[in-house]
Design a binder for this molecule. Structure first.
Ligand code: FE
Length: 230
């Protein structure tokens, strides 16, 4: 498998490039508009063909590259059914798969950070979006965030994956790149709670500033980033 973890410094976003083989099909997860040129160059250098770009959810802190990648490569663009984004060519649901050649990523619906958050699962790794971060979890105070739903997504879905499953989140603000389900279960401070109500109380007690780009990014991302300059 070809796998690359790419980092956007401005928004601390991770973008993932996956392909089964050289000369084959490629998938980008959570690409950032400003890095479109870098992705195109890397895809070319690795000799893979972008067929699909997918977002784990509507982001509030950066503009997606889904639209720009589709314009430049003719790839399909995908977001979950719950996004309501009219701009994508594929809308996925839990239980379906994202496929490039013989790589098949299982789709889990993991709401809580937003009501349109999904995770993508391979046998050895999971792309958790902002549902499960390394030693943290995604905030639940906007975009229909819901700490109770997030608790269920974490404890009933993601933490039920095998302990050794690698965790690749959509962001990290502390220089961490990868974790495992077992490591997060043991060391993630947000997960050391006695139950659902304790988790809800913990999340509701957080006092956070809005992301700098929220008023620009959210509407832009509803149109795959293509109208961001308007
Ligand atoms: Fe987010």
């Amino acid at each position: 498998m070809i796998f690359r973890q790419l980092y956007d410094h401005t928004s601390s976003t991770y973008t993932y490039l996956l392909a089964e083989r050289t000369g084959g099909e490629a998938l980008l997860i959570d690409p950032v508009l400003e890095n479109t040129g870098q992705y195109i160059q890397l895809l070319d250098q690795l000799d893979v063909r972008l067929v699909l770009a997918a977002d784990t959810h509507i982001h509030a802190d950066h503009v997606t590259a889904l639209g720009s990648l589709r314009s430049r490569t003719d790839c399909a663009t995908a977001m979950g059914e719950k996004t309501g984004a009219e701009c994508v060519s594929v809308r996925f649901n839990e239980g379906e798969k994202l496929c490039v050649d013989n790589l098949h990523l299982d789709i889990l619906y993991t709401p809580g950070h937003t009501d349109d958050s999904y995770s993508f699962v391979l046998p050895d790794r999971v792309f958790t979006g902002d549902t499960l971060l390394i030693r943290g979890t995604g905030r639940t105070d906007f975009q229909n965030g819901d700490p109770a739903a997030q608790y269920d997504s974490l404890f009933d879905k993601l933490l039920r994956l095998p302990e050794e499953t690698l965790v690749y989140p959509a962001h990290d603000y502390n220089g961490m790149t990868v974790s495992t389900i077992g490591e997060e279960r043991q060391h993630n401070p947000r997960l050391q709670v006695s139950g659902k109500q304790a988790y809800i109380d913990q999340m509701n007690a957080l006092v956070l500033d809005d992301p700098r780009l929220i008023d620009i990014a959210v509407p832009a991302n509803r149109s795959c980033g293509l109208k961001h300059a308007a």
